[in-house]
Write a protein that binds this ligand. Structure first.
Ligand SMILES: Nc1nc2c(c(=O)[nH]1)N[C@H]1C(S)=C(S)[C@@H](COP(=O)(O)O)O[C@H]1N2
Ligand SMILES: [Mo]
Length: 158
């Protein structure tokens, strides 16, 4: 579907951040919205995932990288509560690029590693150009259509 940020079948990666502002919005299943500052992620449990690759049809494969941050599941539990009812999560950047994740992907992580809201790359903070906060989907090894840089909005869908 052309222009659908959640299903970009092919994509030329955007190298430039859409803005300097790294805050992002969390939309809860009931429609309430909260603005999240990236520093907030540092107060949540830290997980590092080694052997991650960013596989671009443009510039080829880069990595392996160790990305670190909070698992998307821990983030949702901390901010929305463990009892919140949601079946899908959309993670979207202000440049109009995004991906959808099913609850089951978070409940049963792939052996490659859990899906992360990542803010470190090989042990140092990610630059804004690199994403600053970036979704990392460790089992995506043949494309980078889910490795969303510059997370701008997380929508929890009932
Ligand atoms: N926000 C955002 N994230 C994105 C993209 C983009 O255009 N915007 N491109 C994707 C694609 S197609 C690729 S190949 C990788 C490139 O990541 P890199 O710039 O770290 O190499 O980012 C992915 N994440
Ligand atoms: Mo790509």
């Amino acid at each position: 579907m052309a222009g659908d940020p959640i299903h970009p079948q092919v994509h030329d990666p955007n190298p430039e951040p859409p803005s300097a502002d790294p805050d992002f919005i969390l939309a809860l299943p009931d429609g309430r919205e909260e603005r999240i500052r990236p520093d907030r992620l540092r107060t949540l449990p830290f997980t590092a995932v080694p052997n991650c690759f960013v596989v671009s049809t443009g510039h080829g494969t880069s990595g392996p990288f160790t990305f670190g941050g909070v698992t998307l599941l821990e983030f949702i539990y901390a901010l929305a509560g463990r009892e919140a009812a949601w079946s899908q999560v959309e993670v979207i950047s202000a440049d109009g690029f995004g991906t959808g994740i099913l609850a089951g992907e978070l409940a049963h992580p792939d052996p490659a590693g859990p899906i992360l809201l990542s803010y470190t790359l090989d042990g140092r903070p990610m630059t804004r150009q690199e994403g600053l906060v970036r979704l990392i989907v460790p089992n995506e090894k043949d494309d980078a259509l889910r490795q969303v840089k510059w997370v701008g909005r997380i929508n929890l869908k009932p």
